[in-house]
Write a protein that binds this ligand. Structure first.
Ligand code: ATP
Ligand code: MG
Length: 327
């Protein structure tokens, strides 16, 4: 079975972009693969955090993983900070990564824009991500489209290491959906929906109330020609709403276009509110129950133990190749 690895940062509130582009797909993969899903709380520190809030968000995100259907019997679910081998391998990989290649990372450029004090961690973060993946010898990495460049770097580092020191790492393939891999901001469909976007009208979060969902979808930016048609270049706002609608309802884009032909944008938005609310409400209820049950910490503890056993093997192998095991 293919080994799968992915993670989400416990920053901000998880959006339906994270859900459709990543987390929902984790659930689909867990029956047919050997999956590892983490909460990447070390990545969160690439930008300033409140320690108490970070802790809560880490546990909430683990609870969300369970609430959407990840099963700890099928998936190894853990927090990145509980497996110190990730940072150890990061150092080894940093010493074979080039300064220039990290400088080309689009996400670094975007996230450091307009900021005065940018942490070194934000710059080297893609190497930690490479370590996260390579340490489990992952074959496949389900991510949204925004992570494509980081996956390419991961592959380059794995190949470079293997060429220099002999085969050590599996070279992973990204698993990026053709459809829905880039959910756009509701307030600006030229930018991706993000947990960290400034305006709350950029995103629908997994915890939004029906009223919040309604107000955000009703305010979503569209266009003026009032035709419900999928055309991401000329009609990015409507195309984004159709994408979200299709992914939540299972109706295909052509079916939606046909059924809604001649209707106004108001109808599309009203239906979409209902579809999103109906999908999120049972997840939110399960999440509340899980948080009360105290089960989440046990899941994370158990997951970390299983993850560490795998991670330690890879780090041993890498250290041996680099002349760092003396005994
Ligand atoms: P941040 O703004 O803090 O970076 P984020 O929304 O980008 O938050 P991440 O934790 O960085 O979330 O990413 C988690 C996963 O969600 C990744 O696989 C990423 O590719 C995916 N993802 C993020 N945004 C989107 C989006 N708009 N559409 C589809 N997938 C997305
Ligand atoms: Mg991100």
């Amino acid at each position: 079975m293919k080994r799968v690895l992915s993670g989400v940062q416990p920053t901000g509130d998880v959006t339906i972009g994270n859900y459709l582009g990543a987390i929902k797909r984790f659930v689909d993969l867990q029956d047919t693969t050997d999956p590892y899903f983490m909460i990447v709380n070390l990545h969160a520190w690439t930008v300033p955090q409140d320690p108490q809030v970070l802790k809560e968000k880490t546990i909430n995100l683990a609870a969300l993983y369970l609430a959407v259907g990840l099963d700890p019997k099928k998936s190894v679910i853990f927090a990145q900070s509980d497996v110190p081998e990730h940072t150890e391998l990061t150092w080894l990989l940093q010493c074979i990564a080039y300064f220039g290649e990290l400088g080309r990372m689009i996400q670094f450029k975007e996230k450091s824009e307009d900021k005065q004090n940018v942490s070194v961690g934000l710059y080297t973060y893609p190497v930690l991500m490479a370590a996260d993946i390579l340490i489990y010898q992952a074959d496949l990495v389900p991510v949204g489209e925004d992570q494509k460049q980081h996956l390419e770097l991961t592959r380059d580092l794995a190949e470079r290491f293997n060429n220099r020191f002999g085969h050590t790492f599996t070279v992973p393939d990204p698993l990026i959906n053709e459809f829905g891999a880039r959910i756009m901001g509701l307030d600006d469909p030229s930018k991706k929906m993000s947990k960290s976007a400034k305006s709350p009208y950029n995103r629908i979060t997994m915890m939004d109330t029906p009223d919040e969902i309604k107000s955000k979808i009703m305010k979503a930016v569209t266009d003026t020609d009032n035709q419900i048609r999928f055309d991401p270049v000329n009609k990015p706002g409507i195309s984004n709403l159709l994408t979200i609608y299709s992914l939540f309802s299972g109706e295909t884009i052509p079916q939606l276009e046909e059924r809604l032909a001649g209707q106004g944008y108001g109808t599309l938005k009203k239906e979409l509110v209902e579809v999103v609310v109906n999908h999120l409400q049972p997840i939110q209820q399960r999440l509340q129950q899980l948080k009360k049950s105290g089960e989440v910490l046990d899941v994370l503890r158990n997951g970390a133990e299983r993850a560490r056993a795998e991670a330690a093997k890879t780090v041993q192998a890498a250290k041996e190749k680099m002349g760092l095991l003396l005994g």
